[in-house]
Design a protein around this ligand. Structure first.
Ligand SMILES: O=C(O)c1ccccc1NCC(=O)[C@H](O)[C@H](O)COP(=O)(O)O
Length: 212
């Protein structure tokens, strides 16, 4: 089970996620209460060490996404919204993985269809904490993460229902919007690890050969 904790803003948040055993930590560059600036994110990337660092974008131009990824040393770029396949092609780079984040109702849920290394299947509004019908994606193949409204209490059953190989959380490990609760992060990672899922490994194979 691959576990990503998203929307981290402080070095204490990153420490909490890494020490809990998260496989990836996410930093939001989109307009959000969780938004961080590139300088802050660069410092947090250093704190994360070997843990995969993911930059989250929504609607920013490709040139801006690339500039931030280069400046901060991100290990992965996560694109939400209406980025066309050309944007993924333009952003392909051996220095980072490409993550395509889509609502569960998106027309194309094939992993890699846009040249993405990993797919995140999410609620219609990313980062909203809203759950959805996880069973509707239970037939999905490949390397993808389940997101949207997951909590320490729900993650095991949600992952089993969706037959997900990995999970992504933000709202479910917060005490208030944008403020991470470190005990909830630890609870979430432990609950996800305990989930009975199809995967036998922690790292999606599509990410194994890429820099982290
Ligand atoms: O977190 C945000 O505010 C955000 C804003 C714009 C694009 C993406 C955003 N977040 C993405 C995530 O935090 C996760 O990938 C995912 O949506 C999980 O969200 P949640 O339902 O809050 O657990």
């Amino acid at each position: 089970m691959f576990v990503k904790v998203c929307g981290l803003r402080t070095s204490a948040d990153v420490d909490a996620a890494v020490s809990s055993g998260a496989d990836a930590v996410g930093f939001v560059f989109a307009a959000s209460p969780r938004q961080v600036d590139p300088a802050t994110a660069g410092a947090l990337v250093a704190v994360a060490g070997a843990t995969l660092t993911v930059g989250v974008f929504l609607g920013q131009p490709v040139d801006e996404v690339r500039a931030i990824a280069e400046a901060t040393g991100l290990g992965a770029v996560q694109l939400h919204g209406a980025y066309p396949k050309d944007a993924f092609t333009a952003l392909a780079d051996p220095r980072w993985q490409l993550i395509r984040a889509v609502p569960y109702s998106a027309p194309d849920l094939r992993v890699g269809a846009y040249g993405d290394d990993l797919l995140i299947v999410d609620a219609p509004k990313a980062g909203s904490g809203e759950s959805w019908d996880y069973a509707s994606v239970a037939g999905l193949d490949g390397q993808w993460l389940l997101a949207g409204g997951l909590t320490p209490a729900s993650v095991a059953s949600a992952a089993a229902t969706a037959r997900a190989r990995g999970v992504d959380v933000s709202s479910g490990v917060e005490s208030s919007r944008g403020v991470k609760d470190h005990a909830l992060i630890a609870d979430f990672v432990a609950a996800a690890r305990a989930a009975a899922v199809l995967s036998s490994g922690r790292q999606p194979p599509g990410t194994a050969s890429k820099p982290t």
